[in-house]
Design a protein around this ligand. Structure first.
Ligand SMILES: [Zn+2]
Length: 356
């Protein structure tokens, strides 16, 4: 802090020496801002050691006063500079220390939190719902454990119908109940009956949900699967309305230039009934593996509601007419995305799930 020659002079001076030596010692020990401030007050303060010495000058012999005054004033200004420099150094060190403690390595990889996505089956159901909600339909639901009455009888399914056999249907044993009264619904069609029972026409509804059949799992069958049922009841509903509705659906679901064709079929609760094909979205109708080289994909069953069904729910078949349709959600997902096996939807294999 002070050139060597001057320091020696101060050190050896009888009046200044002791204070100077003490100052050097205390300065060496001061290693933070607070202790430096202490040194400043003790030596440079109004009542500090240097001022005390300056006051004592008048007690010195006249010839010494000048010399001591010079030394003390030099010491004062040098010490001020020195304290400034040391304080700055300490602040720098403290800053570096706090930067080191707070250091964040932005190149470290983040903690990965895997996130879930909607299952493809749920997504397809939502897409179907969106399409029909846009046409003014309502979404309705019904129980999965169902009575034989709603699942078969009220849908005009006669006692001898093969779908009622033990091979096809899961029956539920109910204590005290009649054998075969309660079952896991084999389709979402019973929701039609329940809605008609509780709601007067006109009706525009779809009923998405699970259905159960006693099938051995293979590439196209699963004992549990999803369907979306549709039902319209209004005045003057024709086969043309049904065809227009399903064409609209097929274009929205499979692409603008899709065509639809009806093939006559039989369902107990519709008359006439048809199986509905959409032109293959994979090959555009030219024929490929997915459409088995026919250019057509069967996507749903449909028909005009049999007046017998109306009589079960108390609708006047003379006034009201309607159509119904039912589609397998898994089948639509298989066809739309070219998934080769229905079992992939239930395996929860992330390699498949992550694609959608
Ligand atoms: Zn094709």
């Amino acid at each position: 802090m002070i050139p060597d020659e001057l320091a020696r002079e101060m050190e050896s001076h009888p009046a200044v020496g002791p204070v100077f030596k003490r100052l050097l010692l205390e300065l060496e020990r001061a290693d933070d801002a607070r202790s430096l401030e202490r040194v400043r007050i003790d030596y440079l303060g109004r009542k500090g050691a240097i001022n005390a010495l300056l006051q004592d000058i008048r007690n010195l012999p006249a010839e010494e006063r000048r010399e001591v005054g010079r030394l003390l004033n030099l010491l004062k200004s040098r010490l001020e500079q020195e304290l400034e420099i040391r304080l700055e150094r300490i602040r720098e060190r403290e800053l570096e220390e706090s930067l080191r403690l707070q250091k964040l390595d932005v190149t470290l990889p983040g903690r990965h939190i895997p996130y879930g996505t909607r299952h493809l089956i749920s997504t397809i159901i939502e897409q179907i719902e969106d399409i029909f909600l846009g046409l003014g339909y309502r979404v309705v639901e019904g129980p999965e454990v169902e009575l034989d009455y709603y699942n078969f009888e009220a849908l005009n399914t006669p006692e001898w119908h093969p779908s009622k056999s033990l091979q096809d249907t899961f029956y539920v044993e109910v204590p005290g109940g009649n054998y075969r009264d309660v079952l896991l619904r084999t389709h979402t069609s019973p929701v039609q009956v329940r809605v008609m029972e509780s709601t007067p026409p006109p009706l525009y509804v779809i009923a998405p949900g699970k259905a159960y059949r006693h099938d051995v799992p293979d590439a196209t069958h699963s004992p549990i699967f999803h369907q979306v049922e549709g039902l319209v009841v209004d005045e003057d509903i024709s086969l043309g309305d049904l065809k227009g509705t399903l064409e609209n659906f097929a274009r929205r679901m499979f692409g603008e230039d899709r065509r639809v064709r009806f093939r006559p079929h039989f369902f107990p609760f519709t008359e006439p009934s048809a199986e509905v094909d959409v032109s293959c979205n994979m090959c555009g109708g030219d024929g490929c593996r997915v459409c088995k080289w026919t250019g057509w994909l069967e996507i749903l069953g449909a028909g005009m509601v049999d007046p017998n069904v109306f009589s079960y729910v108390g609708y006047d078949p003379e006034r009201w007419s309607g159509f119904a349709f039912g589609m397998g959600v898994e089948r639509i997902a298989l066809l739309k995305y070219g998934v080769p096996d229905i079992r992939y939807f239930y395996d929860n294999d992330l390699r498949l799930l992550r694609q959608f």
